[in-house]
Design a protein around this ligand. Structure first.
Ligand SMILES: [Zn+2]
Length: 316
């Protein structure tokens, strides 16, 4: 997590004494160039994150979506009203996530969440950002050439069609990157943006070209599972998709965290919820998964990007 403040001055002077400025990512230097006090805070250690948010009256954070959802649970546990914090915005990115996840982050953290795109090989977060309209990420087209191709043929994708994003840098001296295949799947959004900027907009990343699971002949992207789950009010913040073998057949199991209010001892209620989630997933991915309901916060949380797919097929 990065804490981004909108004031410079005493705090900045004091902070440098603590050696918290270690970053090297595009967003860090970009934010500093704008005159923002920027505090690299790393991932995990939620107690310390909360202390930083309070001590520096942080205005905005750059945060991985799965950690944002985890942090919301942490605040609830600690009895902290997120709306009592100074923050007003979050820049979210670095892992694919759905619109449903964004809406949850906004609701649970009491701020506006803007999507961002970047990659370690190319300035980190800082390749494309959403504007205040929150409808797609403007690519900095004065700094990059963005193309969308069909990942199988390498040919340009048709206008508006989802394909693999290919990037070329225009203003890098040391390590220019030419037609770099990102493996990230997205598309250009048609038409101009209501904000008036003319740089083209990327749709949210729907997954990676190598993310696709093939189960019983159906192509499934993990983001489809998230989309279905996050639209259900009973579902809490975390889930994991497990692949396993039953005889010769590949099977899909989805472990879903359920909110405390719904995780009741009434077996009939739980079974009916399990059926409802199974049906919702089947509608989305066209395969019937095994659905296992688990208690809120029981799926181990990784410190960095969330592990959403676990392949158990070799082990079973
Ligand atoms: Zn815009």
């Amino acid at each position: 997590m990065y804490a981004v403040g909108l004031r410079k001055g005493d705090v900045f002077q004091n902070m440098s004494g603590y050696g918290l400025f270690t970053g090297g990512l595009g967003i860090h230097y970009g934010a500093e160039r704008l005159g923002l006090l920027t505090v690299p805070a790393g991932a995990g250690n939620s107690k310390r994150q909360l202390k930083l948010l309070r001590d520096f009256k942080v205005d905005g954070v750059h945060i991985i979506p799965s950690y944002a959802l985890h942090f919301a649970s942490f605040l609830k546990q600690e009895g902290v009203d997120p709306r009592s914090l100074n923050w007003r915005f979050a820049l979210i990115g670095a892992e694919p996530h759905t619109e449903e996840a964004r809406l949850r982050i906004q609701e649970l953290l009491g701020l506006k969440a803007f999507n961002s795109y970047g990659m370690t090989e190319m300035n980190g977060p800082g390749v494309a950002f959403e504007c205040e309209k929150q409808c797609g990420m403007h690519v900095w087209e004065d700094a990059y050439i963005a193309e969308i191709i069909n990942p199988e043929t390498g040919e340009p994708a048709a206008e508006g069609e989802v394909g693999e994003l290919v990037m070329t840098t225009l203003c890098r001296d040391g390590m220019p990157i030419l037609r770099y295949r990102t493996r990230d799947l997205t598309r250009f959004l048609p038409g101009p943006c209501a904000c008036g900027r003319t740089h083209r907009r990327l749709d949210r990343i729907t997954g990676r070209a190598d993310d696709m699971l093939i189960i019983k002949g159906c192509n499934i992207y993990p983001m489809q599972v998230e989309q279905a789950l996050m639209s259900m009010p009973e579902v809490a913040q975390n889930y994991v998709i497990e692949l396993f073998k039953e005889g010769e057949m590949d099977q899909l199991r989805v472990k879903v965290e359920i909110k405390d209010d719904y995780f009741v001892e009434d077996m009939r209620a739980l079974t009916s919820l399990q059926k409802k989630i199974t049906a919702r997933l089947r509608d989305e991915i066209l395969v019937t998964p095994r659905v296992e309901l688990v208690q809120h916060d029981s799926i181990p949380k990784s410190e960095g990007k969330a592990v959403r797919v676990v392949d158990l097929r070799e082990k079973e």
